[in-house]
Design a protein. Structure first.
Lengths: 293, 346, 277
C-alpha cells in the first residue's frame, strides 16, 4: 500500500441488498473504478477497510467478501451520520475505499485444522469471507471440518440468507443457526422455526448455549469468534469447557477508529491498536492486555 | 563544533527569516507566551532569560508540535469523490523552543513517520521546519525534564541548540540544516564553553525530581486495576487542556465538512480525556468512567509508548501541570502510584 | 476560631455523626497558585481542607460528579451558592442532598492579581446555606469600566476574533462550568452537526457565543471558565455581556434569589418585547 494512507480510492456501488427485517442492515457490493487498483488491493479475510463519502465522512467495516470474489462486499448497519448517508446511496453511485487494514485471521495456523466459527449478530461479516474462502474448491482440502455456529436476535436478523440456505445443504461445512427468539412463520424465505429439531432449522437459544451442543475435537481445531462484547464474555467459558486453549481462540474486536493505521490513538487497548495490531487478536494475547475494550 | 553568536549575529541571522515571513518565536501574551509569526525581529526578546524576567513563562503555551501537527489541517478537498491533497506546506523557522519540545518533536517524528505507514503531512512538515532551540538556564518549578531522561541543555530533535551565555549564544548544530545555519560563525572559546557547562550544571541542580522509570513501568504493567486511579481523578474535569498542550500527545479526529459547496476532510486534535473519544458506534464506551480516561493518559506516557516504541513519551515540560484547571500534577500522580505499589510490597 | 479551623472542625463532626458521606471542599495542590478540589470522606483527612484565595474552582460543578453517593456537605461562597441555586432550580440536585457550609470570600488571586470577575463581585457571601463558617465579607466591588461597550460592532468583532482565534477547543471552560451538564454538548452533535470543529475563527466564535447564550440567566460570573482557559482568552467578556442584558431587561441576576426562577424559564406580561411589531 503505497501513496497516502489517508487517501480513498474510488469504487462504484454495483449492488445493494437489504439484509434484515428491520431494514437497517444493507450489503454493498463494490467494484473498483480503476481495475489496476483492484489488482494491487490484496487482502485476507479478517481485515477491514474504510468506506468514505466525500463531505460526509468515513467509517471502518470488516471485509465480507473473499479475496477471489469479483466484487468487494461490505455489510453496514445504519447507526449515525455516515451510515445513514451510505444507506441512502443507490446502485451506480461512487464512494471511496481505503485499506486494507489490520490483521487477518490466522490462516497459517488454520492449515490442516478444523475451523470452528462462532458468531453473533452482524459481526458475521468477516466470517462470511472466511467461509467463502475455505469453501473455494482449491482451498477446501487445506482445512479439516468447517463448523459454523451463527446466531442473531431473530431469524429475520440473520445476514446472507440466500447463502445460508445453500450452505445448510452443502456437505463441505456444518452450519448451525440459532436465534434468541424464534417466532412463527417463514421470514425472508427462511424455513420456519422448529425448536431443537435437527440441524435443518433455526434453533432457539443464545449462541453460547447452542455452541455447547457442538461436538468438536478442540485439540485439532482453531476457533474464530466474532460478536458483541456480551456474547464474547459468555462464549469464552464454553470454549474452555470444550477444551480450547486461549492460543487456539481468535477474536475479532471492534473499536472507535479514525485513521486505521495506528496514528490517531482512538482504538488503543493498552499499547496495542485494534486497527494495526488487530482487529484479530489471539485470546491468549488479549488476556495479557488491560480490559480497556 | 560549537560556535559563538553575538546577540547582534543572532539578530541578523533571524532577520533573514523574518523578511521571508517564515520566523515564529515566543511572543508575550498576558502572563505567558505563545507562538507568533514575527514581522519584526524587535518583537522577539532574544534573550530567553530576559523574557523570563519580563514575565513570560519558561515555555510557550502551545507546544512546538503545532509546526508539524497543527491544531487542525485539511487532509483533502474533494472533487466529486476524488480526494485531492491541498495546501502547500510552507517553510517555517522556529526560534526559542526548549530542549523538552525538541525531544518531543523527535518522538513525534518516530511515531508518525518511523512507525508503520508514514503520515505524509507530518513528514512533509518536519522536512520544511527548522528548529532553533534555546537551552534552559532557569527551569521553572513545574519543569522535570531530567526525571524523564531529558535535560535543560539537551539537543535531541532540534536542528540547532543555542545556549545563552554572556553577550550571546553558544551554538551547536545537530543536523545538516543546523550546520548550514551556523556556517561562518567563529568557534566558541574555552571560557564560553565552560560558562555554558556551568549554567547547564546550575540548571540541572534545580531539577531535583527523580523518577525510577523502570520501576514505574513495572508497576504500571500490573497497575490497571489499582484503586489509585479513582482516588486521583475526582478533581479531573476531563477537558483537553493537558493533552492539547502536551508536546507528545498525537491523537486526532477526522471528519468531513462542506463549506460553501467545497467538501473537505479535516483532522483536528482529539483527546482521550473526552468522553466521546472512546464511544463505539454501538453505544458501548469502554472508558465511561473518568478515572479510566485519566489512567489511559498516564499509562500511555509511561508504559504504552515504552511498549510500542521503547521510550517514555512524557518529556517533563510541565505544561499540563501549569494549565490544569483542577490543579492536578502528573508528578503527584506518578508518586501516588509508586507509593501505593511500595505499600503493597510491589 | 478562624474559618479554616471551623471548616475542618465541622467537617469532622459531620463525618463522625454520619450526617454526610463526604465533604466537598478544597485542598492545596502541588502548584502554589491553585487549589485542588477535595472530596473528604474520612475524618483523618479533614486537615487537608483549606480555604483561601487559591480556591479557583466552582464547587457546584463537582456536586454533579458526586451525585448519587448520598448527602454531601459543600463549601460555598457567593458564586458557588448561586450556582447551587441554579442547579436546584433546574432540578439537577435536591436540597436535601446538600449541606451547605457557607463562607464569605475575598476573591480568587491568580498570578498575584485578583481575578477579574472577583474584583467586580457583588455577591461575596452565600445566598443560601445551612451554616456560615465565619463572618460575612463586605467590600466595594469595582465598577467594570468597559471600554468595549463604547466600541462599534466592527471594532468589537476585531477584538473578539483576535481573542477566540487562540481557542484550541479544549473545552476546559465548559468542563469547569456547573451549568454545562448536558450529556451531549451541542459541539459534539453530529446529526445534524451544529458547529464546525476545525481551528477556524468563525467556528470558535460560534462555540463561545452559543455557550454564552446558553448561560443567559444562569451564569453567575464566577470566572472559573476564564481561570481555566489555558490560552488566556477573556471569556468573561461574553458572559458579562449576556448577564448584563438579562439584568437590564428582566431585572434578574442568576441564582441571587433562591425563590426566584431563572430568567429564561419565566414569562411575565410586562417583559420587554419590542421585537414583536
Amino acid at each position: 500500500m503505497g501513496g497516502n494512507p489517508y487517501q480513498p480510492l474510488p469504487v462504484r456501488i454495483e449492488r445493494v441488498t437489504v439484509e434484515n427485517e428491520a431494514r437497517d442492515l444493507k450489503s454493498f457490493d463494490l467494484r473498483f473504478v480503476n481495475q489496476g487498483e483492484r489488482e494491487r488491493w490484496r487482502f485476507l479475510p479478517g481485515q477491514f477497510a474504510f468506506l468514505s463519502i466525500a463531505g460526509v465522512g468515513e467509517a471502518p467495516f470488516g471485509i465480507a467478501s473473499a479475496p477471489d470474489e469479483e466484487l468487494l462486499k461490505f455489510t453496514v448497519k445504519r447507526v449515525g451520520a455516515f451510515t445513514t448517508a451510505l444507506h441512502e446511496m443507490e446502485e451506480g453511485a461512487i464512494i471511496g475505499l481505503r485499506g486494507p487494514f489490520g490483521s487477518a485471521y490466522p490462516w497459517a495456523l488454520m492449515q490442516g485444522r478444523d475451523v470452528l466459527i462462532v458468531s453473533g449478530g452482524f459481526s458475521f461479516t468477516t466470517l462470511r469471507a472466511v467461509i467463502v474462502h475455505i469453501l473455494k474448491k482449491e482451498n477446501r482440502p487445506n482445512y479439516g471440518r468447517l463448523v459454523v455456529v451463527y446466531g442473531a436476535r431473530t431469524p429475520g436478523e440473520l445476514l446472507y440468507k440466500e447463502e445460508l440456505k445453500a450452505w445448510k445443504t452443502n456437505p463441505e461445512l456444518e452450519l448451525v443457526l440459532c436465534a434468541d427468539r424464534v417466532c412463527g412463520g417463514e421470514l425472508f424465505g427462511f424455513p420456519g422455526p422448529v425448536q431443537g429439531e435437527g440441524k435443518d432449522a433455526v434453533q432457539e437459544g443464545l449462541v453460547p448455549e447452542i455452541l455447547r451442543g457442538v461436538e468438536i475435537e478442540a485439540n485439532k481445531a482453531v476457533a474464530l469468534v466474532c460478536g458483541p462484547p456480551i456474547m464474547l464474555r459468555f462464549t469464552h467459558p464454553v470454549l474452555k469447557e470444550m477444551g480450547f486453549k486461549p492460543e487456539q481462540v481468535f477474536l475479532s474486536l471492534e473499536n472507535r477508529m479514525k485513521c486505521g493505521i495506528g496514528k490517531c490513538g482512538h482504538c488503543n487497548i493498552g499499547p496495542k491498536y485494534v486497527c494495526k495490531d488487530g482487529p484479530v487478536f489471539c485470546y491468549e494475547e488479549l488476556l495479557r492486555l488491560p480490559e480497556d475494550y | 563544533m560549537k560556535v559563538f553568536l553575538k546577540n547582534e549575529d543572532l539578530k541578523e541571522l533571524l532577520e533573514r527569516f523574518v523578511k521571508e515571513g517564515k520566523l515564529f518565536a515566543p511572543v508575550k501574551r498576558g502572563g505567558y507566551s505563545g507562538w507568533d509569526r514575527v514581522s519584526s525581529v524587535d518583537e522577539i526578546v532574544l534573550s530567553r532569560e530576559q523574557a523570563l524576567l519580563q514575565g513570560e513563562e519558561v515555555n510557550t503555551r502551545e507546544p512546538a508540535k503545532v509546526f508539524v501537527f497543527p491544531r487542525s489541517e485539511t487532509l483533502f478537498e474533494f472533487e466529486g469523490e476524488e480526494a485531492v491533497e491541498t495546501g502547500e506546506i510552507p517553510e517555517v523557522v522556529v526560534f526559542g523552543l526548549r530542549p523538552c519540545d525538541g525531544r518531543a518533536m523527535a518522538f513525534l517524528e518516530r511515531f508518525f513517520v518511523g512507525n508503520g505507514p508514514e503520515d505524509p503531512r507530518v513528514q512533509q512538515r518536519r522536512e520544511k521546519v527548522i528548529l532553533i532551540g534555546v537551552a534552559c538556564n532557569s527551569p521553572a518549578d513545574s519543569c522535570f525534564c531530567t526525571a524523564v531522561g531529558g535535560g535543560p541543555h539537551e539537543n535531541q530533535g532540534l536542528d540547532v541548540l543555542l545556549r545563552e551565555v554572556a553577550g550571546g549564544f553558544l551554538g551547536e548544530a545537530v543536523t545538516g540544516k543546523g550546520e548550514e545555519l551556523l556556517t561562518g560563525f567563529p568557534e566558541a572559546t574555552v571560557q564560553q564553553d565552560a560558562e555554558a557547562e556551568k549554567l547547564k550544571a546550575n540548571a540541572e541542580a534545580t531539577l531535583a525530581l527523580k523518577i525510577d522509570l523502570n520501576r514505574l513501568k513495572a508497576v504500571l504493567d500490573n497497575g490497571f486495576a489499582s484503586p489509585v486511579w479513582e482516588r486521583l481523578t475526582l478533581e479531573c474535569v476531563n477537558c483537553g487542556a493537558c493533552t492539547f498542550l502536551c508536546p507528545t500527545c498525537h491523537c486526532f479526529d477526522v471528519f468531513d465538512e462542506t463549506v460553501r459547496g467545497r467538501k473537505r476532510r479535516i483532522r483536528i486534535w482529539d483527546s482521550c480525556q473526552f468522553t466521546l473519544y472512546s464511544q463505539h458506534a454501538s453505544g458501548h464506551n469502554p472508558r465511561l468512567n473518568p478515572a479510566a480516561r485519566y489512567r489511559n493518559r498516564v499509562m500511555d506516557k509511561f508504559k504504552y509508548t515504552v511498549d510500542m516504541l521503547g521510550e517514555v513519551s512524557c518529556v517533563g515540560c510541565g505544561r499540563c501541570v501549569r494549565v490544569c484547571p483542577a490543579g492536578i500534577d502528573i508528578r503527584g500522580a506518578v508518586a501516588e502510584i509508586l507509593k501505593e505499589a511500595a505499600q503493597d510490597g510491589r | 476560631m478562624d474559618k479554616v479551623a471551623r471548616l475542618r472542625q465541622r467537617a469532622k463532626e459531620l463525618l463522625e455523626k454520619q450526617e454526610v458521606v463526604g465533604v466537598l471542599g478544597y485542598r492545596a495542590s502541588s502548584r502554589p497558585g491553585i487549589s485542588q478540589v477535595a472530596f473528604i470522606t474520612k475524618t483523618e483527612e479533614v486537615d487537608q481542607l483549606i480555604f483561601d484565595s487559591t480556591c479557583s474552582q466552582n464547587l457546584a460543578n463537582y456536586l454533579l460528579k458526586v451525585k448519587g453517593k448520598g448527602k454531601v456537605a459543600v463549601v460555598a461562597r457567593g458564586c458557588d451558592s448561586r450556582s447551587i441555586v441554579i442547579l436546584l432550580q433546574e432540578k439537577q440536585i435536591e436540597r436535601g442532598q446538600v449541606y451547605i457550609l457557607g463562607v464569605g470570600c475575598e476573591g480568587v488571586v491568580v498570578q498575584g492579581e485578583k481575578s477579574a470577575s472577583c474584583r467586580s463581585c457583588q455577591y461575596p457571601n452565600p445566598v443560601i446555606y445551612d451554616e456560615m463558617l465565619g463572618e460575612e465579607i463586605h467590600f466595594e466591588p469595582e465598577k467594570v469600566e468597559d471600554e468595549f461597550d463604547r466600541l462599534t460592532p466592527d471594532e468589537r468583532w476585531q477584538i473578539l476574533s483576535a481573542d477566540v482565534a487562540r481557542c484550541i477547543r479544549c473545552y476546559a471552560c465548559r468542563q469547569v462550568c456547573p451549568n454545562c451538564y448536558c450529556p451531549v454538548c451541542f459541539v459534539d452533535a453530529s446529526m445534524p452537526a451544529l458547529v464546525g470543529k476545525a481551528h477556524d475563527v468563525s467556528d470558535n466564535m460560534v462555540f463561545h457565543i452559543m455557550r454564552a447564550l446558553h448561560m443567559a440567566g444562569r451564569c453567575v460570573e464566577c470566572g472559573a471558565c476564564h481561570r481555566a482557559c489555558p490560552m488566556g482568552i477573556d471569556l468573561m467578556r461574553f458572559n458579562r455581556q449576556v448577564a448584563k442584558i438579562v439584568r437590564e431587561r428582566f431585572g434578574l441576576v442568576a441564582g441571587a434569589k433562591p425563590d426566584e426562577m431563572p430568567a429564561l424559564t419565566v414569562f411575565k406580561p410586562e417583559d420587554p418585547q419590542e421585537f414583536i411589531r
